[in-house]
Design a protein around this ligand. Structure first.
Ligand code: 2RA
Length: 343
């Protein structure tokens, strides 16, 4: 029996990608409901050649729904439990439930075994975490990870359609010799805004007491939860860069045992959803302009640390809206269908 599927947040960047991916991957459904906040209700959207009117999301919207794909945002806090109470399996891209001990946090290629203990809600990790772990899980399979130092170069799509539009508007203004007037970055709700065009902003989400941002602490806490290992020492720096859709990350990873570059390269290339792009003579390495709209995460610049034989440096790039959000969530649903996990 094909599931009844609801997309919550159908008009946003991630919601639109859910629709694109459902078409591209022939995701099966007997009925599809497109839901959004009251602001977007009434808009139209076409899926598989059929036009839908986007409805305002209410608890009763989830009556009879089998799978709820939640694009993210604070609306999940209220509607997640309401949908789950109605028998809907919620796959939530917001950060609301990620650290809830009752909620599995899943990258399907990394920890699919965690899906089975869900109690109605499954959390999609933060994009920068997903992209990093697609590179690190094959290494973790070879030897226990002890330490990670990561610096991210995050696309403006992480701030949604508004972030994408802000980059375009600022570049146009700059090239027209006009002043760039930011409204969105680093975060819409913060008192100050800075241009992202021709700039880098070392600030994503809000800063915590410990001097790290929420975005940085997500990489720490979510990695611990997904790897089931709180002992991994993680040192994150997350920054916003003038790139549209793909996040890039520079990662140093130290393992218990010394690993050869060849073994690492082989393990990553064999890992589903990860691809090696690493040939210096051919000037081959992952770049965000070329990994956007792709499903895989690309890894290159793999090289031993200059001082620590048990550490390697690598460069990772992946599409933030696909594998970083919508694709990962849809793959969780696909995994559940393939393993007949819907009651
Ligand atoms: C960002 N990871 O990049 C956050 C939310 N998508 O802004």
């Amino acid at each position: 029996k094909k599931p009844v599927v609801a997309i919550l947040g159908a008009t946003g960047a991630v919601g639109q990608e859910f629709i694109r991916l459902i078409e591209e991957r022939n995701f099966p459904y007997s009925e599809l409901k497109l839901l959004a906040s009251s602001r977007s209700a009434g808009k139209k959207a076409t899926v598989n050649g059929r036009e839908y009117t986007i409805e305002e999301a209410k608890p009763e919207s989830f009556n009879g729904v089998d799978i709820g794909l939640f694009a993210g945002g604070s609306i999940s806090k209220e509607l997640g439990p309401e949908a789950a109470r109605r028998g809907c399996v919620v796959i939530d891209n917001s950060s609301t439930f990620r650290m809830d001990p009752e909620v599995p946090l899943v990258v399907p290629e990394v920890n699919p075994e965690d899906i089975s203990w869900h109690k109605g809600i499954i959390a999609n990790p933060n994009c920068s975490t997903i992209i990093m772990l697609m590179a690190l899980k094959p290494i973790q399979n070879l030897s226990k990870i002890k330490k990670i130092v990561v610096s991210t170069y995050q696309a403006v799509s992480g701030a949604g359609k508004e972030g994408i539009d802000e980059l375009t508007d600022e570049v146009k203004a700059y090239l027209n010799g006009e002043e760039m007037i930011p409204h969105i970055l680093p975060s819409k709700s913060l008192p100050k805004h800075y241009p992202i065009a021709f700039n880098i902003i070392p600030h994503i989400d809000t800063f915590q007491e410990n001097g790290y941002s929420k975005e940085e602490m997500k990489m720490v806490n979510e990695t611990h939860k997904i790897f089931h290992d709180d002992a991994i020492e993680i040192s994150p720096t997350t920054a916003r860069v003038p790139v549209y859709r793909s996040h890039s990350e520079s990662v140093l990873v130290e393992t218990e045992d010394e690993l050869s570059i060849e073994a690492i390269r082989k393990a990553i290339d064999a890992f589903p959803g990860a691809q090696i792009q690493d040939n210096l003579q051919e000037m081959e390495y992952p770049m965000p302009l070329y990994t956007s709209d792709k499903n895989d995460v690309y890894i290159g610049r793999i090289r031993k640390d200059l001082y620590n034989a048990k550490a390697v440096n690598l460069w990772v790039t992946g599409d933030q809206i696909r594998k970083g959000a919508a694709l990962n969530a849809l793959q969780i649903a696909e995994y559940m269908l393939d393993h007949e996990m819907f009651k």
